[in-house]
Every structure is written in structure tokens, then in C-alpha cells.
Design a protein around this ligand. Sequence first.
Ligand SMILES: [Zn+2]
Length: 124
Amino acid sequence: MENTFLNEIKGLLEAEKAKIELELSRFAHRNTQAVDTDFDSDFPSFGDDEDENANEVAAYSNNLSLEDELEKVLRDVNDSLRKIDDASYGTCKYCQAEIAEARLRARPTSTSCIACKKTLTQEV
Ligand SMILES: [Zn+2]
């Protein structure tokens, strides 16, 4: 793949990464003991009333699922960035063909080509 294209994708991925980390930082903090994709949700504090305590638990549980989702995307983004660095980016993990640039541009974390993706989706 061309360097100009890879640089463009790298820019997209880094922007995505910054967005996810900003989103996570609204309700979680980075777990400094672990890998860079691990965040821990903070327990919210609304007050000491029973109602407020119940709301805290509900908000915390929402945050946990959002945290999980965002961490998953962040992992994909980091994987793609790593692949750009070791020059394995843009290769289909099933058939090893080059993934079309238009597909990568639309979804920079794609790991399979359109043909394989279609086959997989039809099988399910
Ligand atoms: Zn493929």
C-alpha cells in the first residue's frame, strides 16, 4: 500500500482514538497498571438519598457497558495502528488479499475484504 494512503488512514485512526479516549475520560479513568486500552468506570455520586443511590447504580451500570463497547473499538483502532507500523495493514485476515482502499477509508479498522465479509455474513 502507498505511504500517502497509509498516512491518511493513520490520521483517521488517530482522530478516532482521541475521540474514544475523550469519551471514556468523561466517566472513567485510565487503568495505569494495565495495557493502554483498559479504563475503569468511576462510580458516580449524585447524593445520599435512596433515590440518588439507586440512580448512581443505574448510571454506573450504563457506564460499564459503554466502557466495554468503547474499549473494544479502541482495541481495534490500536490494532490497526500497530499493523500500519509493521506494514501488515490492509490485508484480509481470511484470504490475505489486499482490502480495497475505499473500504478502508470508510472503515479504517476493517480486517477482511468485501468478498470474505460477504461470504461470512451469508453463512450466518
Ligand atoms: Zn478476503
